[in-house]
Design a protein around this ligand. Sequence first.
Ligand SMILES: Nc1nc2c(ncn2[C@@H]2O[C@H](COP(=O)(O)OP(=O)(O)OP(=O)(O)O)[C@@H](O)[C@H]2O)c(=O)[nH]1
Ligand SMILES: [Mg+2]
Length: 351
Amino acid sequence: MENIEKRIKELEEEIRQTPKNKATEKHLALLKAKLARLREERESIKGGGKRHLDIAIKKRGDATVVLIGFAGVGKSTLLRKLTRAEPKVAEYPYSTSNPQVGMMEYNYAKIQVMDLPGIVRERHSKEKIREILSFARVADLVLLIFDPFTVSEKQKIENLLTEFNFRLNRAKPLITIEKRASGGLIINKSRDCKLSVEKIKSLLKGLGLHNGIITINCDATEEDIIDSFFRNRIYVPAIKILNKMDLLSAEEVREIKEFFPISAEKGINLEELKRKIWEILELKRIYLKPKGREIEERPLIVKGNPTLREISKRIFGKEAKKAYLIKGRNMKREVSLDYIPKDKEIVEFKI
Ligand SMILES: Nc1nc2c(ncn2[C@@H]2O[C@H](COP(=O)(O)OP(=O)(O)OP(=O)(O)O)[C@@H](O)[C@H]2O)c(=O)[nH]1
Ligand SMILES: [Mg+2]
């Protein structure tokens, strides 16, 4: 372990001291990739260590939203307001020591909300922070909560999340890396990719890959290639929230851009927040009409853009023969099973 630590320090130093220009680009890519590999190795050794929070939380409901933030910003207060859960809320920080969950009902969807212990840099070890954040691996959406006292430190939380492999609000890069036993490195890249073949090869060598096929179908960065190699990165959407907006003037709230302002305690903007959560989660209500009967009262909740074929398999365990959209009384139109229904559409299946 000490040895890895030492090599990491040496590499960091070498990267710092290398001038950044055209001539050194390739070498820097190699060093960066080597560093990423060592860091990964260090994590895998530490990951096997003892656990502090000995609990497991099952994913339930139609989607899971996780609240992350420094201690005392109001995460537990927000959980109480969004769900019927009653976690401890206290004036002193670090009041939540284990993850708490509640279920939020919105548009008939059941959205699991998970409140995590507040992160405190000075008080928590890296291992502890890793452990807290590891609960967010199941998240379909992360809410990064700040208050007026911590908003200037947003970068710290973002850096920690990046360090522990979260990639917020970023699409997964279209890169595949196939390892081979021999044959050297074969690079297939689309026009979008502006990295030179030489640089890509340096990165892969730094990662310890000397034989394989890499296919890049996006405007990839060096980090994207490193990320794709390790395969353990979590691509998840996030909303940055400024809580306790009641403590600020309207003018001050406006100045804090890119944050969604709320007051959990005073209940300000919470309906708007729920709507935003619903939109980002890409949830849809599909109303089913059994043949010859009334439309079912509770819709089926689906995530993303499934086709009618996929939906019929999910509810009947097999593919429907036909599907119809119902538009008002006596208005029934047959649609293809490849049709992707929109929110609130009414569907009748023939099975
Ligand atoms: N003024 C104001 N105070 C709030 C608001 N939301 C929460 N608080 C207060 O902030 C304090 C901390 O709230 P918690 O919900 O316990 O915060 P937490 O983020 O869960 O804290 P830890 O579990 O310690 O990380 C409490 O005194 C809350 O009453 C808000 O919208 N406005
Ligand atoms: Mg709490």
